[in-house]
Design a protein around this ligand. Structure first.
Ligand code: FMN
Length: 401
């Protein structure tokens, strides 16, 4: 079995190890354009040794953003901002990736943070650049979220092409890897889940109808995304609540996505209801308040077995049941934990989010801890920091000229 520091080949791409930077919204873009923050933030994580360095959820349309300050890839003018960051990530030996998303009914929020700090998600007014959110049915996420519009057939049919056009821009920007965001209650997941999808036409009801938009989106992207480049999907493998989307359905969807040319499933969970929303990032002001006041009592929470690697069983079930590569994500923080997940064949790679915010050099530290320093490339510029710790191979990262 492979370990954390064995390369992973997916189509024409070889990842230098099995560590990925999970997508993390930065709320730092203007009109969807990424900037110096992204260069430094993601560049540091490429230098720190991650193999896959993923941009946050980028809206495939302006209305596909979660918040008005999110990244986007709906306009050719946005391409160069990403290309600049990608040139740096590639020079550092990592593969640049992007998560393409449409936030659907959970969109049109104002900035997640302001001068006074984190403020939770708050619906933006039109004067603040907000719009009317839309989803499969006119069901709001919670009482703090505006009533979304139910999309009409024409609008739904347009979605796969919106993802495909963003994928073409991603190719032009030098991305090696696309992950489609079909998790956390956003548009594609909201079609999968009977909680948010109550349609009675061909897009709702049966399992086949609910997964149709995901399959069409995968097909549309594959038609334009180069054959040699990997395509991944992030799924919430369960809604964690009665009557919601299930692990069994995720396994079957993953199998069908594989048939459409999807290479890997990034297995996350939750996000369809406020009862099963794990992260402050996805919480509305009310939920954040409740958590701060200690109302973590089941009115806001489903029974989620939160703990180290708590989503690994979902990844493993999909890997076995759908015969597809998977990434495990969620509360993975320790080198031996991450190595065991890969070595025991539970997942093909791990994605880390908060731990890589705490320490962009986590992969280098993990390599030293696991006795794998010889396989970790550490930039020449940082030689003095690691040479006495056992790091043995030093590749220069040349600046752009
Ligand atoms: C600041 C922040 C922003 C996030 N933004 C996204 C996002 O854009 N897309 C997504 O699918 N998940 C997002 N997530 C979830 C992470 O990708 C990850 O699944 C989650 O944090 C669990 O992993 P961790 O325990 O390693 O942090 C975000 C998480 C954080 C902390």
């Amino acid at each position: 079995m492979s370990g954390l520091f064995d390369p992973l080949r997916v189509r024409g791409l070889t990842l230098r190890n099995r560590i990925g930077v999970a997508p993390m919204c930065q709320g730092t873009s203007t009109d969807g354009h990424v900037n110096d923050w992204h260069l430094v933030h993601l560049g540091a994580r490429a230098l720190g040794g991650a193999a896959l360095v993923m941009f946050e959820a980028a809206g495939v349309t302006p209305e596909g953003r979660i918040s008005t300050r999110d990244a986007g890839l709906w306009d050719d003018a946005q391409i160069e901002g990403y290309a600049r960051v990608n040139r740096f990530i590639s020079a550092a030996g990592a593969a640049p990736a992007i998560q393409l998303g449409h936030a659907g009914r959970k969109s049109s929020f104002g900035p997640i943070w302001a001068a006074q700090g984190m403020q939770g998600l708050r619906v933006a007014t039109s004067a603040e650049g907000g719009w009317t959110a839309a989803g499969p049915s006119a069901i709001p996420f919670d009482t703090d979220t505006a009533q979304p519009r139910a999309m009409n057939d024409e609008e739904i049919r347009a979605v796969p092409a919106q993802f495909a056009r963003a994928a073409q821009r991603a190719d032009a920007a030098g991305f090696d890897w696309i992950e489609v965001h079909a998790a956390h209650g956003y548009l594609l997941h909201s079609f999968l889940s009977p909680i948010s999808n109550r349609r009675t036409d061909g897009w709702g009801g049966s399992f086949d109808n609910r997964i149709h938009l995901c399959l069409e989106t995968a097909r549309a992207i594959r038609a334009v995304w180069p054959e040699r480049k990997p395509l991944a999907f992030r799924l919430s493998y369960t809604d964690w609540v009665e009557g919601g989307w299930t692990l069994e359905e995720s396994v079957e969807l993953s199998r069908r996505l594989r048939e459409e040319g999807v290479d890997l499933i990034d297995a996350s969970s939750g996000g369809t209801t406020p009862a099963a929303t794990n992260l402050a990032r996805h919480m509305t002001t009310r939920a954040l308040d409740g958590q701060a006041r200690g109302h973590d009592d089941g009115t806001l929470r489903a029974q989620i077995p939160l703990g180290p690697g708590y989503q690994v069983p979902g990844a493993e079930a999909i890997r076995r049941g759908a015969d597809i590569l998977v990434a495990a994500v969620g509360l993975i923080t320790e080198p031996t934990q991450a190595d065991a997940i890969v070595r025991e064949g539970r997942a093909d790679m791990v994605m880390l989010a908060r731990e890589l915010l705490r320490d962009p050099n986590w992969p280098i530290r993990a390599a030293l801890a696991l006795g794998e320093a010889a396989r970790m490339s550490i930039p020449c510029q940082y030689y003095l920091a690691w040479s006495d710790r056992g790091g043995s191979r030093f590749d220069p990262v040349a600046p752009e000229t």
